[in-house]
Design a protein around this ligand. Structure first.
Ligand SMILES: Nc1nc2c(c(=O)[nH]1)N[C@H]1C(S)=C(S)[C@@H](COP(=O)(O)OP(=O)(O)OC[C@H]3O[C@@H](n4cnc5c(=O)[nH]c(N)nc54)[C@H](O)[C@@H]3O)O[C@H]1N2
Ligand SMILES: Nc1nc2c(c(=O)[nH]1)N[C@H]1C(S)=C(S)[C@@H](COP(=O)(O)OP(=O)(O)OC[C@H]3O[C@@H](n4cnc5c(=O)[nH]c(N)nc54)[C@H](O)[C@@H]3O)O[C@H]1N2
Ligand SMILES: [Mo]
Length: 681
């Protein structure tokens, strides 16, 4: 059909970003160019609204600095100097280098990817097939959510919980470890509905975020003390006879042993550990026990400390102890992603069987700094000789960047980065391969904050010479001589393979389908554990308890004598991790890299609002501006993330200071478990 040149049409899309909201998009195209990206008014969670970042998605895709041809490094590593080369030359050379390494040991090749796009296709489909077939090291994808994710799965049997829409029915909502307005905006809409209908909103967060300001109450606890607070709430539930003994008897395994331990956590002890008052602890327990329905929106911000996993196990038990699950609008949500498990055929997408029985070693993405610097050994296996990075910017986002940078700078490391932009990571690559953005490729999206599956139709043809990740790995597979037919599956075929149980035609036409799930998931028990009951104790882990931070004034007094301030580094509202840091209009809203300090911490250090400061500890040092005010509580500083290093004042960002120590459960990073000192310049 001949379309008139200026005719507009709309395409159904999905936001690809790492965010619980996974919005349905309506993309307007005119003359082969996207002119508008809007939220789909018919998709209930999106409700026609987008965040500031994604409403500017076209600005990101048509950004003048997009990488649009394959690039090959010229000159020494790290100068970020490249020349354009053909796809043919780039893929031929990469295949030759990888083949030579694989002949010695394919485990010396490591994939490094995360959720730059959360798409099922442009994430781990052909890429996973490629690395499985190759026998490369496996990647343990822990950088965000594995502590809390594994903890909630130990308790409920999966990463499952309340339906997003039901928060509108709650009479009390605890927003726990989440800056919802910044990072879960479409949840906030439902919380606002509840608030208008009389619900009380309580925010539990060390930082006075924009969300905390809009709640009725803000409990600014010390980072990493959430497990103690949960034990204090249990203490009060037990002492005051507020337990739902019938629900516990019918649907919870093993509470008796924890009952004893919780009785040791009276409000005074809890208050001292959490930096709250005993009345705040008592009041929270009273509200939680006596308001029905009571909902908890737990988010990943509270599990980035040593005891993050145990804290999630304790908090996840609370709605089981009060029977909050019985009512619509009661319960808890950390992640909804487990609901998708039965509807997505990941074995077909990723083909672990292509490894033909080999069991490659596993590299934890959260310790990539140390691992790149490790020599070969019996324990570790071969030295890492090649890294293939896609959907991630590890040089900016991984902890303890001085080591990450030193690793990426190794002249004997061969690094390929599939990217849209010359990020901090791409700057250290041997080859940068231009990837398409969400406007240019097909994909499917599950969500970790709601229960709809979405499709993203390509709106326009690939820009420049960019190719979808799937296509790049297809072509690389062919160059490596991988002849299995699964390497020829098209994106359309992959999409159909991915969701065999859903109505693909409806999905394609409407843009989204709601999963068929029980309305009140655990009103009568029915958890996803082996016996259907919520689990208090878990084999190998025992009972949950309070695990103090590695680095805090209470748990590490000698370290705290030198570095007395606890630093957290939560996301800046107008960036998405490190994505969008290079979109000028968004960067200008964020201003400059900064650290927030309480006036009582700033004054003795002679730090004025707006002054340049140095934030430092034994791992590194980071220059930024001080924002003195009430966003920070006393004793805690907030270094908002995650700036690109090269856009910072001295070519560093906040991860210069964070450590590679791992969480108690899930082998996750402890970004918010970090003592520092701040000095005026
Ligand atoms: N605008 C925006 N949206 C985002 C992101 C982004 O970078 N920008 N990131 C996305 C990603 S990757 C994720 S994983 C999700 C979830 O994203 P999260 O990283 O969980 O982000 P936040 O909701 O900001 O939650 C962090 C909150 O936890 C608080 N916090 C820090 N330490 C503690 C603690 O020890 N205890 C408690 N109770 N609170 C603590 C912080 O002050 C902050 O307000 O959001 C996604 N959405
Ligand atoms: N200090 C500190 N560090 C943190 C956090 C924190 O709170 N504090 N948060 C942590 C968390 S929760 C997370 S999830 C991680 C996130 O870390 P990452 O997953 O690395 O996230 P981004 O920084 O957004 O980088 C994603 C990159 O993928 C690219 N990309 C997007 N779509 C595509 C595509 O289709 N193809 C290709 N090839 N590339 C694409 C983007 O351009 C971007 O550069 O960071 C962690 N780091
Ligand atoms: Mo994340």
């Amino acid at each position: 059909m001949n379309m008139p040149v200026l005719a507009q049409h709309t395409v159904r899309g999905a936001c690809p970003h790492d965010c619980p909201d996974t919005c349905a998009l309506k993309i307007t195209v005119e003359a082969g160019r996207v002119i508008k990206v809007a939220g789909d008014p018919d998709h209930p969670p999106t409700h026609g609204a987008l965040c500031t970042k994604v409403s500017r998605y076209a600005e990101r895709s048509y950004h003048p600095e997009r990488v649009l041809t394959p690039l090959k490094r010229v000159g020494p590593k790290g100068l970020g100097r490249f020349e354009a080369v053909s796809w043919d030359e780039a893929l031929g050379d990469i295949a030759a280098r990888l083949t030579a390494i694989a002949m010695r040991d394919p485990q010396a090749i490591v994939p490094y990817s995360y959720a730059g796009t959360m798409g099922l296709l442009q994430g781990e489909s052909i890429a996973a097939r490629f690395f499985n077939r190759l026998g490369a090291s496996l990647l343990d994808r822990t950088i965000c959510s594995s502590a809390g994710g594994e903890a909630v799965a130990m308790t409920y049997g999966g990463k499952i919980g309340m339906h997003l829409e039901d928060y509108a029915q709650a009479k009390l909502i605890l927003i726990w470890g989440s800056n919802s307005i910044a990072s879960n905006l479409h949840f906030w809409t439902f919380a606002q509905q509840a608030k208008r209908a009389g619900a009380k909103l309580v925010c539990i967060d060390p930082r006075r975020t924009e969300t905390a300001e809009k709640c009725h109450q803000h409990l600014a606890l010390l980072p990493g003390s959430d497990g103690a607070l949960a034990l204090g709430l249990m203490h009060e539930l037990i002492r005051n006879g507020w337990l739902d003994e019938d629900y516990i008897a019918a649907h919870v395994d093993g509470f008796e042993a924890l009952r004893e331990q919780a009785l040791a956590w009276d409000p005074d002890r809890v208050a001292a550990v959490c930096g709250l008052s005993a009345d705040e602890v008592r009041g929270l327990a009273r509200d939680y026990a006596n308001t029905k329905p009571a909902a908890i929106r737990l988010n990943y911000g509270m599990q980035r400390t040593h005891g993050g996993g145990n804290a999630v196990r304790l908090i996840a038990l609370l709605p089981c102890l009060t029977g909050a699950w019985r009512q619509r609008g009661g319960g808890l949500l950390l992640s909804a992603s487990g609901w998708f498990k039965d509807f997505i055929d990941s074995a077909t997408l990723q083909r672990p069987d292509l490894g033909s029985g080999r069991r490659p070693r596993v590299i934890n993405m959260s310790t990539i700094g140390d691992d790149l610097l490790r020599p070969a050994s019996a324990d570790f296996g071969p030295k890492i000789e090649a890294l293939i990075v896609y959907n991630s910017n590890p040089v900016a986002v991984a902890p303890e960047s001085p080591k990450v940078v030193a690793g990426f700078q190794r002249e004997d490391l061969f690094t390929v980065v599939l990217e849209h932009f010359l990020t901090d990571t791409a700057d250290l690559a041997d080859y940068v391969l231009p990837a398409t953005t969400q406007l240019e490729h097909l994909d499917l999206h599950a969500s970790y904050g709601h229960t709809y599956l979405l499709i993203n139709h390509p709106a326009v043809a690939p820009i420049g010479q960019a190719k979808p990740n799937t296509q790049i790995f297809r072509e690389l597979a062919a160059r490596m001589g991988f002849t299995e037919p699964c390497f020829s599956d098209s994106d359309e075929q992959l999409a159909r393979q991915a969701v065999p149980r859903l109505d693909f035609e409806l999905l394609s036409r409407q843009g989204w389908v709601k999963l068929p799930l029980p309305e009140l998931p655990f009103a009568n028990g029915g958890f996803a554990t082996a016996n259907g009951r919520a689990q208090v104790a878990v084999a190998g882990q025992g009972l949950p308890g309070y695990v103090p931070p590695y680095e805090s004034v209470q748990s590490a007094p000698a370290l705290a004598a030198r570095y007395p301030l606890a630093m957290i580094s939560p996301p800046a509202r107008h960036f998405l991790n490190s994505s969008f840091a290079n979109v000028k209009s968004l960067r200008s809203i964020e201003g400059e890299p900064l650290v927030e300090l309480h006036p009582d911490d700033a004054a003795p250090r002679g730090i004025a609002d707006g002054a340049m400061v140095r934030v430092y500890n034994d791992r590194g040092s980071y220059r930024c501006k001080a924002a003195v005010g009430e966003r920070a509580r006393q004793g805690v500083v907030n270094g908002l993330g995650i700036w690109w290093r090269k856009l910072g004042f001295d070519g560093t960002n906040v991860n210069e200071l964070t450590s590679q120590r791992l969480t108690d459960i899930g082998r996750g990073p402890t970004f918010y478990d970090c003592l520092v000192e701040v000095a005026a310049e």
